[in-house]
Design a protein around this ligand. Structure first.
Ligand SMILES: Cc1ncc(COP(=O)(O)O)c(C=O)c1O
Length: 378
């Protein structure tokens, strides 16, 4: 294969180093401030970050935890869900979503997705509800909102909880409403490559329900209601103050970074319009935040190899579906049970997207993709 059109240096999938370089001195100040004060656990930066995060979402409570995985697990546990219960979610997400359900002893029930938006299929959801169903766990995948109006309608009429997985979709909206502030409780990840990322692991749970917030705070703080009074068997799950200090400095930039992601998605949309690829589809009323820009192509694996060989560090989210993972063999799912998610799995690929990518780099990425599709190096 000729690599004469190779981009060198390669275009990364995300550019965490570039973002750091743009904010280096203020981030260093924030980190050193925590060190100088030795306020490593539950310092002022953490309290301020929680309060600003709640304010942005218009909810009463934001409770920080050690990771997005913990946020999900503790949120499901806070709802009192456990053995004998079912929670419905999607099979095309990061494994933490379903592990959150499994860790409580409840059973994850998977439903297929919409072929255009990749979000939960509401028709399939309705059919999957049983007397054992206690909650629905929609994932706002790739930064696109799940169809919340329909999910809320279904849950209200049946008395089911909604736990939103907002790990990829901070600030996304549907019908003008910010996701995360729609269900009973919502979970965020601050994994470094997320739209709002810290420098390690971190997560958040938000809710407008005072009782759920009180239980959640207790659960992640050793089950304590006050120091040395352990009301329940709890966990030690907290966001480090160093991470909170970083996040607090980054938070004011999030709107601008989101606008930049939308601009980049627009550049891709324009340049891919005449190519044999399926571009992202925005659902009704949705305002996505483009955590990922996911396209579908035939011969996906060959395409990803070509892109990577030519300096475009594309990735796949995700190359497997959860209902067919070995850890869930006991649930009895088979190939073909989720035809839409399984078909998408074989064709999806994620192109580089981050606020700092330039229009010229998007031109380079789409140029390489165009070369591949036209068989330039064949
Ligand atoms: C959809 C989704 N849910 C949950 C998680 C878990 O978050 P974390 O990596 O912070 O544990 C992630 C992030 O990887 C995610 O993308």
């Amino acid at each position: 294969m000729s690599t004469s059109n190779k981009i060198d240096p390669p275009i990364p999938f995300v550019d965490i180093k570039g973002q750091y370089a743009n904010m280096e001195s203020e981030l260093n100040d924030a980190i050193l401030g925590v060190c100088r004060d030795a306020s490593f656990i539950r310092g002022a930066a953490l309290a301020e970050f929680e309060s600003r995060f709640a304010e942005i979402h218009g909810v009463g409570h934001a409770i920080s935890v050690a990771s997005g995985t913990d946020a999900l697990k503790l949120a499901v546990e806070t709802l009192g869900i456990g053995s004998g219960d079912e929670v419905i979610t999607v099979p095309n997400t990061w494994i933490s979503t379903s592990f959150a359900i499994s860790h409580t002893g409840a059973t994850p029930v998977f439903v297929d997705i919409d072929p255009d938006t990749y979000q939960m299929d509401v028709g399939a959801l309705e059919k999957a509800i049983t007397p054992k169903t206690k909650a629905i766990l929609p994932v706002h995948l790739y930064g696109h909102p799940a169809p919340m109006p329909e999910i809320v309608a279904l849950c209200k009429s049946r008395g089911l909880y909604i736990v939103e997985d907002v790990a990829q979709a901070v600030l996304a909206r549907i019908n003008g409403q910010m996701v995360g502030a729609i269900g009973d409780i919502a979970c965020y990840s601050f994994y470094p490559s997320k739209n709002l990322g810290c420098y390690g692991d971190g997560g958040m749970v938000i809710t407008d329900n005072d009782d759920l917030a009180a239980k959640m705070r207790m659960l992640c703080d050793y089950g304590q209601v006050e120091p040395h009074l352990h009301q329940m068997i709890g966990y030690n799950s907290r966001l480090d103050s160093l991470q909170a200090a970083v996040l607090l400095r980054k938070l004011p930039h999030l709107e601008a970074w989101t606008a930049a992601r939308r601009r980049v998605a627009g550049w891709y949309d324009e340049r891919l319009a005449d190519l044999a690829v399926k571009r992202p589809v925005t659902g009704p009323g949705a305002e996505p935040v483009y955590h990922l820009y996911v396209i579908q192509v035939d011969n996906r694996d060959a395409c990803v190899s070509y892109l990577r060989d030519h300096g475009v560090l594309a990735q796949i989210h995700y190359p497997s579906v959860i209902h067919l993972q070995p850890c869930y063999q006991d649930l009895g799912y088979h190939v073909g049970d989720m035809p839409v998610a399984e078909a998408a799995r074989d064709k999806i690929l994620s192109l580089p997207i981050y606020p700092e990518i330039t229009e010229a780099q998007v031109d380079q990425v789409t140029g390489i993709l165009r070369d591949y599709l036209s068989g330039a190096d064949a």
